[in-house]
Design a binder for this molecule. Structure first.
Ligand code: SAM
Length: 327
């Protein structure tokens, strides 16, 4: 039966399959098929296929149901995927090993399996990992059509923030000045530049900034991204009154950087302020901190508040989107 497929030259097949798989678009029920020098990759939603890829109906044969880790284990394991790395969060090393083996034996395409070995720690917000399978913690992860190269042992990256980052990026206008104060490998900065913004991205982690520069190139936006390594309190000094939009994704301590954010804000500027707060009072502390830093120089309007994800029992990661308008 004809099914919608992305058609690519065979040599681009694996990269395209990964890109589509990262966006959950590959249909497992039908086989990926080669024909006349092209590869046909069955997709679930032709409308969601990234621009530039050809979709056409093709008579792909049905495939036997893939083997999942759960079928091999007899229970449903919890794991996350970051490119070709599978991430576990298991306290029991034996259970972690069992899941890692099942992942590799299953049809999940993974090169590396790691287990969390510490909490996220330090200024650079990186954690330790036990590498259970494979050697490299470096990978390429695709998020909403952008590719991010990163080493998860060297930099912060959470695939769980994809929806939130996309929500912010969708608000970005052509030609606006966007400043990402805690940019990591660029999961806000790169798509904001792709949306047409001129972006300044800073991070204290030099390795993250090296990856960010590579990611800007990889996604063809290096002409619109200025990546600067260093403490944003210093690096921001050249950008006073510059920003139309500021991203402050350093939950826990972003309030300590609000004076810097106000200094780089232009006459009309939106701040996406991320915070971790108790469920009883999620948004007021962030709003109060922003008001204290920005008033009376600016009129402060909270435009949107939102819970991003749960963080710990009774504690949530939230965002307060606030407009500063110079009086
Ligand atoms: C929670 S991570 C967010 C990274 C990125 N925005 C993302 O969504 O993946 C916070 C980042 O802030 C950086 N950072 C911490 N303190 C900083 C400072 N004083 N100046 C600049 N960057 C800093 C860390 O190195 C880390 O990469």
């Amino acid at each position: 039966m004809p099914v919608p497929c992305v058609r690519v030259p065979i040599e681009d097949g694996e990269a395209t399959r990964r890109r589509l798989a990262d966006d959950d678009l590959v249909v497992d029920e039908y086989a990926i098929t080669a024909s006349d020098g092209d590869l046909y990759i069955p997709v679930s939603d032709p409308e969601a296929v990234p621009e530039g890829l050809d979709v056409e109906d093709f008579d792909a044969p049905e495939r036997e149901t893939p083997t999942t880790p759960a079928e091999l284990l007899g229970f449903e394991p919890t794991y996350e995927r970051l490119g070709d790395v599978v991430i576990l969060d298991e306290d029991d090393p034996e259970r972690a090993r069992e899941i890692a083996d099942a992942v590799m034996e299953s049809d999940v395409r993974a090169e590396t399996v790691v287990n969390r070995a510490s909490k996220i720690k330090g200024t650079e917000r990186v954690r330790d990992w036990d590498v259970l399978v494979g050697e490299s913690t470096e990978t390429v992860h695709t998020e909403y059509g952008c590719e991010f190269e990163l080493d998860l042992a060297e930099v912060y990256f959470s695939p769980r923030l994809a929806t939130e980052r996309h929500r912010v990026v969708e608000q970005v206008g052509d030609g606006e000045h966007a400043f990402d104060m805690f940019a990591g490998v660029g999961p806000y900065a790169v798509p904001m530049a792709k949306a047409g913004a001129d972006v300044v991205a800073t991070d204290i982690n030099e390795t993250a900034i090296e990856y960010l520069r590579r990611n800007a190139e990889r996604n063809d936006v290096s002409d619109r991204v200025t990546a600067i390594a260093g403490d944003v309190r210093e690096t921001a000094k050249d950008y006073e009154d510059w920003a139309d939009r500021i991203v402050m994704n350093l939950p826990h301590t972003a309030d300590e950087f609000l004076d810097t954010a106000v200094a780089i804000a232009g006459d009309d500027c939106v701040i996406h302020f991320y915070d971790i707060q108790h469920e009883d009072d999620l948004y007021d502390p962030g709003e109060a901190a922003i008001r204290e830093a920005a008033e009376p120089e600016y009129e402060v309007t909270v435009e949107n508040v939102r819970t991003v994800r749960s963080y710990a029992p009774h504690e949530l990661n939230v965002v307060v989107d606030t407009r500063l308008t110079r009086r």
